[in-house]
Design a protein around this ligand. Sequence first.
Ligand code: 8DG
Ligand code: MG
Ligand code: MG
Length: 140
Amino acid sequence: MENVPRVGVAVFVLRGKTVLLGRRRSSIGDSTYALPGGHLEFGESFEECAARELKEETGLDIQKTDFLTATNTIFKEPKPAQYVTIFMRAMLDNPQQVPQTLEPDKCYGWDWYNWEDLPNPLFWPLEKMVQSGFNPFPAE
Ligand code: 8DG
Ligand code: MG
Ligand code: MG
């Protein structure tokens, strides 16, 4: 593909004090823990993209989706890529719903992780956000 910046949408699905993460199977960030998400498609809103990617990757349904922040990330490996990534936050429609690994070629599996005890290694854009003190939970 032509070398142009692409738009990613990633979503912090919050459940209690935990967030949903999955270990990536991908040329970008292989084996690291990342948020569900993917590429913005033509005509989509950020909310629609977050809900669609989450549904495709985990089967989960969300509500109360809102915008948190955006990043501009340049990946040098395995080949140059640039993503403007939109980070959304959402709650589960039904807190009992269990994430499924619907794209096993792209993710080893999903689980809930306590924000104070995140797994290693995190996907590096996410690692950078955590290190900068970013917190996706609403202020109490
Ligand atoms: P698609 O074909 O389903 O649209 O794409 P995908 O295979 O699900 O794409 P992805 O790599 O999961 O997400 C697109 C890009 O978004 C990713 O390559 C880089 C950027 N991105 C971040 N942080 C995160 C994150 O925490 N999770 C995800 N999934 N993507 C992220 O910068
Ligand atoms: Mg996807
Ligand atoms: Mg994805």
